[in-house]
Design a protein around this ligand. Structure first.
Ligand code: PGA
Length: 261
């Protein structure tokens, strides 16, 4: 079962997860982080950056793999996930840019890009902690409903709902790419620890489907139920449709002190 932690707000979630990432990096300076984009994980990255500046920590060996990328954006496009990860994660935390990989959405090499990315993750020894957001469609990464639980990194077509959600980052909704390249649900499930974050009422149905719903490709987030180590960090609004809320609170309140998330 996923451990469900209900926090007061996104900032508290950021602190909690950043502290866990810090401990991981202290123990394993070349830890491999799985990096999500979108608004949800930003508090984690800013809390980790603040922690690293407050109490210095060598993060130069840390490695990272982004979950996904748009296909066909010109190189250097400010909304490409390569640019977003550089701006929101690499620079503030002080990671080494060459250690951070993002799926290659360049059309010229797109046919082999998925395979190459899988190989790079394997070569790195796999992902230690995968940070995840969840879309209103229930997607994790860009694995839209219908994605196989065994899927690996490949090109997907975005749903119109996801394109509309992401239109806020582009000057016009039509500018949101139609295709993306995303780690598959099978790729994500190979990470050693999954940390899924969600905030706000708009995510409540997707969270309930992921944590408590039937496992189905129609709710890609429900793939987390197959994973032995999952932490779901959510606010009250995102938790509002969970049936076993009392139990999650009880388990968290009585968590053994020696156990991290
Ligand atoms: P968001 O996106 O964090 O911007 O809400 C989450 C997602 O689409 O996975």
């Amino acid at each position: 079962m996923a451990e469900v932690v209900i926090v007061e707000n996104a900032a508290a979630a950021g602190e909690l997860v950043a502290e866990s990432l810090r401990s991981l990096i202290e123990a394993r300076p070349d830890a491999v982080l799985g990096l999500a984009t979108g608004s949800t994980p930003l508090p984690v990255y800013s809390a980790l950056a603040a922690s690293v500046h407050r109490t210095p920590l060598d993060v130069t060996l840390v490695r990272g793999f982004a979950l996904d990328e748009y296909v066909g954006l010109p190189e250097g496009h400010p909304q490409s996930y390569r640019a977003v990860i550089t701006r929101d994660v690499v620079e503030p935390i002080g990671l080494t840019p060459q250690n951070i990989q993002v799926p290659n959405g360049n059309l010229e090499t797109i046919e082999s890009a998925g395979r190459d990315y899988e190989q790079a993750i394997l070569d790195a020894g796999g992902v230690d902690v995968q940070i995840l957001g969840i879309g209103r469609t229930g997607h994790i990464g860009f694995n839209e409903p219908g994605s196989s639980f065994a899927s690996l990194t490949r090109v997907k077509t975005l749903t119109e709902e996801t394109r509309a959600d992401n239109a806020r980052f582009f000057s016009s909704p039509d500018d949101v790419p139609m295709h993306c390249i995303t780690q598959g649900l099978g790729t994500i499930r190979r990470a050693r620890h999954l940390v899924l974050l969600a905030f706000g009422e708009a995510k409540a149905d997707a969270v309930a489907a992921a944590v408590e719903g039937p496992m189905t490709a129609s709710a890609p987030g429900s793939a987390i139920q197959l994973h032995p180590h999952v932490t779901v960090v959510i606010d009250e609004a995102a938790a509002s449709r969970l049936a076993n809320l009392d139990y999650y609170r009880h388990a968290w309140a009585n968590k053994p002190a020696w156990q991290g998330i």
